[in-house]
Design a protein around this ligand. Structure first.
Ligand SMILES: [Fe+2]
Length: 240
């Protein structure tokens, strides 16, 4: 598949909401990283982490996307930013879910959930039951970066068998998040429990979307049919 067919379901492209672009200029620089290689659609997934300043309300995210989309079309740039969120997994998520604090990915009923990086007293899979109880689906964001899953990879495989979807980061396959994350990302690919490949891009410079040479490298690491499935087909179905 061509890089232009990649649909990125996880990136921090909205300005001023989290550790992504600080302002509209930086946001547009990141948009250019995508449009330069022909990518036409991404899901904006700002962090939602209660207890920090990264807690944008859905209304604010939707309004910001609306404004950006108008600016892009005024400049003749064809690029679609679809609303979403990267929601930190915590205890007791059911109430926030029920009251509409979380945004799903596009018009789906699927939520992108980020497990904590370090081991704590929280089993990162436990709160997911609250989503299932409300008939929602979940995608785990880069579980290969999570210490719990690095120590218990079989738990992830089992969860996948029960319908939990898995998204890995391009950068993990290049070792950008350390050797344990790289090893687990490769293990998950070998087990065929990876549903989505995403950039988790934060800027045009640091943690940027894949360019042509990185895409060539990914094509060396992932078989053509699996790459198409996790980078284009599954994201397309999710957002249909
Ligand atoms: Fe992210």
């Amino acid at each position: 598949m061509e890089l232009a067919d990649f649909i990125d379901i996880h990136c921090h492209i909205l300005p001023g909401l989290d550790d992504g672009p600080k302002n509209t200029a930086q946001c547009l620089d990141l948009v250019c990283c995508y449009t330069d290689v022909g990518i036409k659609r991404v899901v904006a997934t700002p962090h939602f982490l209660p207890g920090t300043i990264w807690t944008a309300r859905p209304r604010k995210i939707l309004a910001l996307i609306d404004k950006l989309q108008k600016a892009l079309s005024d400049h003749g740039i064809q690029f679609e930013i679809i609303p979403g969120m990267e929601i930190a997994i915590q205890k007791n998520m059911g109430q926030r879910l029920a009251q509409g604090d979380y945004l799903p990915l596009g018009r789906s009923r699927t939520y992108l959930l980020e497990p904590p990086f370090e081991i704590s007293d929280l089993n990162p899979l436990e709160p997911l039951a609250e989503f299932m109880e409300q008939d929602k689906k979940v995608i785990l964001a880069h579980p290969e970066r999570c210490e719990y899953f690095q120590l218990h990879p079989e738990d992830l495989r089992q969860a996948h068998g029960l319908g939990i979807a898995v998204q890995i980061n391009c950068g993990s396959l290049f070792g950008r998040f350390g050797q344990p994350a790289q090893k687990l990302a490769n293990q998950l690919l070998a087990w065929e429990v990876v549903d989505y490949l995403a950039s988790d891009a934060h800027s045009a410079h640091h943690r940027r979307p894949p360019d042509g040479s990185e895409w060539n490298a990914l094509q060396q690491l992932i078989s053509p049919e699996i790459l198409r499935r996790i980078a284009a087909v599954n994201p397309g179905k999710l957002l249909a």
